[in-house]
Design a protein around this ligand. Sequence first.
Ligand code: 6R9
Length: 571
Amino acid sequence: MDMQKIPAREGNHNLTDYEKTRETFSWEALKKHFTWNETGKVNMAYEALDRHAENPKKKDQVALLYSDPEREEKVTFATLRDESNKFANVLRKYDVKKGDRVFLFMPRSPEFYAAFFGILKVGAIAGPLFEAFMEQAVRDRLQDSEARVLITTPDLLYRVPQNDLPALEKIVLVGDHQETGEQYIDYNKEMENTSAKTEIEWVDLEDGMLLHYTSGSTGKPKGVYHVHHAMIQHYATGDWVLDLKEDDVYWCTADPGWVTGTSYGIFAPWLHGVTNVIRGGRFTPDDWYNTIATYRVTVWYTAPTALRKLVSAGEDIVKKYDLSSLRHIMSVGEPLNPEVVTWGLKAFNLRIHDTWWMTETGAQLIVNVPSMEIRPGSMGKPIPGVDAAIIDNEGNELPANQMGNLAIKKGWPSMMRAIWKNPSKYESYFIHGWYVSGDSAYKDEDGYFWFQGRLDDVINTSGERVGPFEVESKLIEHPAVAEAGVIGKPHAERGEIIKAFITLNDGYQDSEELLEDIRRFVKTGLSAHAAPRELEVKDTIPKTRSGKIMRRLLKSWELGLPTGDTSTLEE
Ligand code: 6R9
C-alpha cells in the first residue's frame, strides 16, 4: 500500500507525549480530579453540570448552545442545573426512584438535556431513543427495559404502543397537547410549579446510569448498560482525544439516541465545562458550515458518512464560510476513508482524526491524537490505560500485520457492565479476559490498528448499526413477504446500504408498487434508516439445514464473490 503519513500537528496539545503517558498513566491517579474520590459517592449530573454551576467563574458561561432552523437558545450552566433540578423534582413527585428506567423519545432540544440530567439526578437510568424510531423499535426497547416513565413530544406519541407496555406508568409530554388521561404529565406545567432546588441522589460508582440499545446479528436489539464510573474515561478522552480547553466551542453532530451523542455529545464536553453546540434539524452542507462559522466552533466531532457528503458538495462551498475558528476535527462510526482525510487537509487545512469504539465500550479506545502522526486509513492506537490486541478465536495474540479479532483487555472504566436482563449475551463478548469486538483488524509494526470489517452480519449504514434480523422480522410481517434475508451492500457515500432478498407469498406478483409498499412498511413500522434501499424478489432464500438464513451466501452472490463453504446449505 502506498502509505502517506501526516505529521503531528504543531501546537499546545493536552496529550503531548503519547508513548510516555501510556507508560506512566494509571486510572487510579486520575481519580483525584473527581469529588467522589473524597466522598465515595457519585453522580454524573453533578460532575458535568452542578460543579460548574457552583463555580462563580463558570456559572454564567453558555453550556448549551442550541439551534435548529426555527429556534436558537443559549443556556448557561446555572440555568441548565436549575432546569434539571426541576425535572428531578417532577420525577420524584411521581415516585421515580434510583434504578428505575426513564426513557426519552424526542428530538434534540434544551428540554431534552434538562430532562436527561434530571433523570440522572434522581439516580434513575436514562434510555435515550432516536426520534426516527417507529412503533416496533419503540416497543422492543420499552418492553425490554420495562421503563416506568417516557418523555416524548405530542407528535411522536402515536408511535408509542401504550397497550403493549404494562410497565409504563407515566408519559411526560413536551409541548402543547390535548391528551387528558391520568398517565400524561405536562412538562411545561410541571416545570413551572416546582422548585429549582433538589437533592441529588448520590450513588455508587458501579450504579446504573444509561441504557443504549444496539443491534447484533441475531435477536432483538440489546440493552447495553453503563454506570457512573464511566465518567473517568469520558473525562480522560475529552482531554487527550477531544483536546478540550476551557474556552472551546465544541460540536458533536451525533444524536443522543446513539452512544456518541451521549458519551461525546453530553458527558465529555460538560465534564470539561466547555460550550456545547447542539444542532437539530436535517443535514445539509450549507447548514453545517454555517453552524461552524456562526458559533465559531473550535472542536468538531462527526462521522465519515457526513464527511463524505461534504466531500461530494465540493471545496467551493467551503470557501463561502469562515471556518477559521476550527482547530480540531474527529470522526467515528465507520471506516474513515483515506481520501476523506486527504480532502480534509486540503479543504480545512486540518487533519481529521479517526477514533474507534463501540456502544459496548462506552468511550473511545483506539484513537488518533493531535500530537500523533496520522496514517490515513488507520484508526490509530489505544488510549493510555487500555490494552488492545489482535487475537485468534482461541484468545491468542497474533503478531503484527496478521488479521484477526480486534480485542480489548477487559476492565477499562467505561466498559458496559451488563446486557440488560441477558447475562449469557454479556458473557459471550469475552474470551480469556479479552473483550471481542466483532470487528476484524490488524496492527502494523508501529502499533497502528487498521480496520478490516465486521465479522458478523451487522450492517453499518451511514454510521448506524442495523441488525439484519430486526429488518427481516419486520419484512415478513408484510402480508406479501414469505421469507427475507438482509445484507449490507457496499456504497460509496453511506458505507453500506441495506439490501433485502425476499420470497413472496402465493397470490403476490413482483412489481415496483409492491416493492415500494414493502419498503414503506419497514420505514414506517421500524425506522427510516432500517428500510432496505434495495429489494429483490427471489424464488428461495438460502438457508442452513438448521434453518438459519445464509446471509454470507446472499452477499457473495450479490457482490459476485466466491461462495466459499456451502456444505451446510439446505437442499
Ligand atoms: C461509537 C460507535 C460500533 C461499530 C464498530 C465498528 C464501527 C466505529 C469505527 C468503526 C471503522 C472506526 N466503527 N468506529 N469502524 N473505523 N473508526 O460507532 O458505536 O454504533 O456501537 O458501532 O461501528 O464496526 O464495531 P456503535
